[in-house]
Ligand binder design. Structure first.
Ligand code: GLY
Length: 258
């Protein structure tokens, strides 16, 4: 059976300044830029294999984390949201997305100060959205987003966060009722109604997988998570994400899908 969730994606080429991207894991070292570019090529090819038309924005040297376009916008079927990143070094990135979104969306909403919200903290489950209250997304930003959602006929609810960068760092929705959860989210009551795949501690990074139409994109090197997804009957594509992992970037962070 064909599942069409998305037809388009927006990505941004990594800048050379990527090597200085924000990270909570300096022990992993700096990304190798040439390898990051090859991994980005493979990422775009995977999205195309999933059936998406991919718009590739140019690298933006001024913003080391700007390839993580997911954080500057949220795309729904009815409107797009320009966010207001909570990381000070990322605040300027929103200037690069408004005009791009305007080519695809008639309605564009915004998060205003003092609200902050990053797209990595937003998980879409059909017409419902979960919003992680992280160090990057505050209660005011979440409340503004929930109000926008309500006006467009959607529902939103906040989720208190463990010490994790973004909500989707630790949990991601695979459609068909299936939710990947890492150890931190395993006991969350709000997720108890899902068919949960518990990501083992050694594979925490794989809690961020990406369902795109008939495929799930999985970071390579996570055999238990891969096997669990395949056991659900899901077709998988594996991608090496080593260079993005060094600066806390996951599969979902690298694109906006709609
Ligand atoms: N390096 C990705 C982020 O911290 O936003």
């Amino acid at each position: 059976m064909k599942t069409t969730l998305f037809t388009k994606a927006i990505v941004r080429r990594p800048a050379q300044s990527l090597v200085n991207g924000l990270t909570d894991h300096p022990e992993l070292g700096h990304p190798d830029y040439a390898l990051a570019l090859r991994q980005h090529d493979a990422y775009i090819a995977a999205l195309e294999r999933c059936g998406l038309a991919v718009e590739v924005l140019p690298a933006w040297e001024e913003h080391p984390d700007s390839c993580f376009v997911e954080d500057v916008a949220v795309c729904t079927r009815k409107f797009a949201l320009v966010t207001r990143p909570g990381a000070a070094s990322r605040a300027g990135e929103i200037a690069g997305i408004q005009a791009v979104l305007a080519r695809y969306f008639r309605t564009i909403e915004h998060i205003e100060a003092p609200g902050t919200l990053e797209g990595g903290d937003v998980m879409m489950v059909g017409d419902s959205f979960y919003i992680g209250l992280s160090a990057r997304t505050n209660a005011d930003g979440a409340a503004q987003f929930i109000a926008h959602l309500a006006r467009h006929g959607y529902k939103g609810q906040t989720v208190t966060m463990p010490p994790t960068l973004h909500l989707k760092t630790g949990t991601s929705y695979m459609e068909d009722g299936i939710l990947l959860v890492d150890q931190a989210f395993a006991r969350y009551q709000e997720f108890s109604g899902f068919d949960r795949i518990h990501v083992v501690p050694e594979e925490t990074y794989a809690a961020n997988c990406l369902r795109v139409n008939d495929f799930v994109i999985v970071p390579s090197g996570h055999p238990e998570t891969l096997g669990a997804l395949q056991a659900k009957g899901l077709a998988t594509i594996q991608l090496d994400m080593s260079e993005y992992r060094k600066i806390d970037g996951g599969l979902s962070c690298l694109s906006l899908r709609f």
